[in-house]
Design a protein around this ligand. Structure first.
Ligand SMILES: *[C@@H]1O[C@H](CO)[C@@H](O)[C@H](O)[C@H]1NC(C)=O
Ligand SMILES: *[C@@H]1O[C@H](CO)[C@@H](O)[C@H](O)[C@H]1NC(C)=O
Ligand SMILES: *[C@@H]1O[C@H](CO)[C@@H](O)[C@H](O)[C@H]1NC(C)=O
Ligand SMILES: *[C@@H]1O[C@H](CO)[C@@H](O)[C@H](O)[C@H]1NC(C)=O
Ligand SMILES: *[C@@H]1O[C@H](CO)[C@@H](O)[C@H](O)[C@H]1NC(C)=O
Ligand SMILES: *[C@@H]1O[C@H](CO)[C@@H](O)[C@H](O)[C@H]1NC(C)=O
Ligand SMILES: *[C@@H]1O[C@H](CO)[C@@H](O)[C@H](O)[C@H]1NC(C)=O
Ligand SMILES: *[C@@H]1O[C@H](CO)[C@@H](O)[C@H](O)[C@H]1NC(C)=O
Length: 451
């Protein structure tokens, strides 16, 4: 048994450490598949519809409806929310302020005089556009349906409208409608729940009045419901390796698949000439690429200093016909807890677990780069950031310098597989390549020795 002299235990310990750490990395990366409702980065995130019954007279009710985006980083972008519900009886909406129903519907049972605003059994309500006539506004209305996230702009996360409705003909009092929707892909709303009535003060808190009844409807997001295919992918590079790791092929779709439309360089789609429907999102057209994603995020490990290192992030818009206003990017990297400086983007940590602040949100600076323009020369936004080399964890080995997750506008981006990350020249990759065969060999040796 001369083999024993090489002391296999040392190697087993060394190599299994490598294997275990790559398993941990793999586990981290694979356990973050699209969220199915629960989002660890924003565990309490929801959109709440608050329904306040302000007055209830025989035959008529006054209602104030608020839609509030309680999500840290997801926002509602154009074409905005479109709230719907089902009346339980034959209620109609006589008048509305701060929003409007998309259809008036069949009001023929009302003869003479002024007709109701909406007689639909299942009305759909949309926000007014900014600059709506003053007499149609309410405070906090008229944002064209766009709601900011809590972090990005806490002053614009909600919208309010008021309406007067008739009661159902053979009912007295008020009946809460059912089956709420907000008309944004990916959101499902729960049943209305009666909660403690909202209180209002018109004199700064000396006297409070309260709603006759308040109901909450909670709506939750699921990326899987929004779209079964991703909308964004990540490419990687580093100063220490000339390889640029592209987005994985077919990240979002594959060229040539039925239904996968893309526009070759130099072409413009014929749809440009068609009329736009204001309440509906225009179909998206992307530039042809091997990943077919409308958004590509590139993470470049740019430079290493004695105590710091520098990362450059570039977001490319590959949509031909879509600008992203108020875009945001969420990144997860352990070194974000020692972030020193972010250039030309806003940054806010998403500090969900107290000490562990390895996740942060980036967004554009107003009037400078808060609009990510459609594909073309200026269809990108970029930032650089400076991070402190945390002595207890920093390394360029094993792809540590690359992000663990990236989300664009709240949707998970597809990352390249970890074994393709740009590597440090020599040494680093040797261990990983050897590990499996070596460990098997050594295990076999150990079994032999034990016998
Ligand atoms: C919705 O978000 C608000 C604000 O974070 C929170 O108070 C409320 O409990 C949440 N609702 C649900 C059902 O999670
Ligand atoms: C709500 O939706 C359910 C399922 O689609 C339907 O059966 C029910 O009638 C709806 N409620 C009202 C008041 O229309
Ligand atoms: C109104 O009366 C009709 C007939 O009695 C009944 O079927 C219907 O459910 C009533 N409407 C409501 C909202 O209760
Ligand atoms: C409109 O509603 C009335 C009753 O309210 C009904 O008789 C009529 O058929 C409806 N018209 C259409 C086009 O549905
Ligand atoms: C109902 O919604 C309001 C926000 O509109 C929130 O402050 C309140 O906590 C909610 N109540 C419940 C019980 O979820
Ligand atoms: C995007 O913004 C640019 C510059 O403001 C504008 O020229 C272009 O028409 C916009 N595209 C769309 C699809 O709105
Ligand atoms: C991360 O959290 C630590 C401790 O809570 C804090 O000292 C540090 O400033 C935070 N870093 C960032 C970039 O937010
Ligand atoms: C750069 O990284 C790639 C991908 O991991 C690897 O195949 C290549 O060997 C690396 N180049 C050098 C010079 O180490």
């Amino acid at each position: 048994m001369g083999v024993m002299k090489i002391n296999p235990f040392y190697f087993v310990v060394q190599i299994s450490f490598d294997v275990i750490s790559s398993f941990i990395i793999f586990f981290l990366l694979s356990s973050v598949s699209p969220s199915y409702g629960y989002d660890p980065l924003d565990p309490h995130g929801n959109i709440t519809i608050k329904w306040d019954l302000l007055q209830s007279n025989p035959g008529s009710n006054d209602v104030k409806v608020s839609i509030l985006n309680f999500q840290l980083y997801r926002h509602i972008e154009q074409p905005g929310w479109k709230m719907g519900w089902d009346w339980t009886g034959d209620e109609v909406i006589w008048a509305m302020q701060g929003a409007e129903a998309t259809e008036q519907g069949n009001c023929s049972r009302f003869k003479g005089g002024q007709l109701p605003h909406c007689c639909e059994k299942s009305p759909f309500i949309v926000d007014l556009l900014p600059g709506a006539p003053y007499n149609m506004q309410t405070t906090n209305c008229c944002k064209g349906g766009i709601l900011s996230s809590m972090i990005q702009d806490p002053s614009k996360f909600g919208a309010v409208f008021q309406m007067s409705t008739s009661a159902a003909t053979n009912e007295s009092g008020f009946h809460m409608p059912e089956n709420f929707t907000i008309g944004v892909p990916g959101y499902t709303c729960a049943k209305p729940v009666q909660v403690a009535p909202s209180k209002y003060s018109s004199d700064g808190g000396r006297r409070w009045t309260q709603a006759l009844g308040t109901w909450n409807v909670t709506c939750m997001y699921s990326q899987f419901l929004a779209s079964t295919s991703p909308k964004c992918c990540v490419s990687l590079s580093a100063f220490y390796n000339s390889t640029i790791v592209p987005c994985p092929k077919c990240s979002c779709s594959c060229q040539g698949l039925p239904g996968a439309k893309c526009v070759k360089f130099g072409e413009t789609p014929s749809l440009l000439r068609q009329i736009k429907d204001l309440n509906r999102e225009s179909p998206s057209f992307v530039r042809c690429s091997q990943h077919m994603c409308p958004i590509r995020v590139h993470w470049h490990v740019k430079q290493s200093y004695t105590h710091y290192w520098r990362v450059k992030i570039t977001v490319n818009n590959l949509n031909i016909l879509k600008n992203y206003s108020q875009w945001n990017l969420v990144a997860l990297h352990p070194n974000l807890k020692s972030l020193i400086q972010v250039f030309s983007f806003n940054y806010e940590p998403l500090n969900q677990y107290g000490q562990i602040n390895d996740t942060g949100m980036f967004w554009g600076i107003e009037y400078y780069n808060d609009m990510l323009l459609q594909e073309g020369e200026s269809g990108n936004v970029q930032t650089e950031m400076l991070l402190l080399k945390d002595p207890d964890m920093f390394t360029f080995r094993e792809g540590w310098g690359f992000p663990r997750r990236i989300l664009f506008n709240g949707d998970e981006c597809v990352m390249p597989p970890p074994d393709q990350y740009p590597r440090l020249p020599n040494t680093a990759q040797l261990g990983a390549q050897l590990s499996f065969s070596t460990i098997l060999f050594l295990l076999w040796l150990l079994i032999l020795c034990a016998e």
